[in-house]
Design a binder for this molecule. Sequence first.
Ligand code: LLP
Length: 431
Amino acid sequence: MISKCLSVNEQGNLTIGGADTVQLARKYGTPLIVYDEETIRNNCRMFRTSIEKHCSSGGLALYASKAFSCREIYRIINQEGLGADVVSGGELYTALSAGFPAEKIFFHGNNKTEAELQFALKNNVGRIVVDNLEELKLLNNIAKELVRTAKILLRIKPGIDAHTHEFIKTGQIDSKFGFALETGEAFTAVNTAAGFSNLELTGLHCHIGSQIFDIEPFCLAAKVMTSFIAEIKQKLGLVISELNLGGGYGIKYLGSDNPKEYPEFIECVAKTVEASCGELSIDVPKLFFEPGRSIVGPAAITLYTAGSVKTIPGIRTYVSVDGGMTDNPRYALYKSPYEIVVANKADKPRDFVATIAGKCCESGDLLQENAPIQNPEPGDIIAVLATGAYNYSMASNYNRIPRPAVVMVNCGEDRLIIKRETYEDLVRNDI
Ligand code: LLP
């Protein structure tokens, strides 16, 4: 199994966190997203302890909550001592409403609205990661009106072209995010920020992309960023004391994926920063990392009920399930690979090849093509593995399909953390 929290019990059923997935499907209905709490907590601890061990000037992991945002996840992240990265007023609201400490929140986004910035400042959000010059001016004005100083980081494009899907790489010059280094835009931004009386520039941020397996591009980005910190000190006499290197560590979606252990990432990157700072004779900054997928991705599965099993002779077999792109648009968007298991036949060999289709009126509504699974029959419980990141958070109501329920399991015990949407929910805002 691709994740330690998954196993097969005596009945031949797939289990997650010690809970029988067939029983969970029966109890809560399908589609159902099930998270294992222990996996989430262990992942948090792994980041926390390796940062404590390897970052000589201190640091903090900020959970990138776009991967999965709801009150319960912010509570768990807070209990584990992590900070959070939010990218919208909505994520910020959810975090605050769960009692997440505002000072440990970093607010991102390439087009934050005036209302969002006001909301963030009024609630004393820890840092605002500023993306562009308009935002810099706007934020300074809002801070002035509110008679306070906003602590900011500037989002920099370090010019690193990471090997990942076109839509999820962000560090190269042609990206909508941040200030480019090559063009001098980043230096101008630092200079401008330093001149604003109601902003305090504490640090720099970069994020090179997502689902990246290599450590090398992260180390390269770290070197580029430390050199820029040295340049700022030399030319402007400004000390940048915080460096946020974003997230993006790849996870195991398939048995053949082989991501590095995350402590290895942290150690390598922290050592690179330290060595680079030594060479440049600058103080080592406090380091921040923003893991999203690697905290929650491997911790969940999605359970569906199979409806029709349609074989087109000589072509393929479609297994249609009661969810699809509305709860997991990642195959439709990125052709993302997933492992699929018939949960009530998990002890049987996966010797059948099927295309798993969703229920939307859309030919592209597929969860996976040509996936090896156990012999499928209508009524089977189909489990898609490693769906904890960017599934529920990217879910939609296309075709007016209600969003699924989300359950958390812990050592065999289950509890509902997000209710299933109802038809009444769907018409709630209709006039
Ligand atoms: N920090 C920043 C500034 C980011 O933009 C992101 C992800 C992260 C951290 C977290 O990256 P992670 O550790 O989760 O890779 N919807 C896509 C992923 C988009 C990622 C956007 N930014 C997907 O389903 O693969």
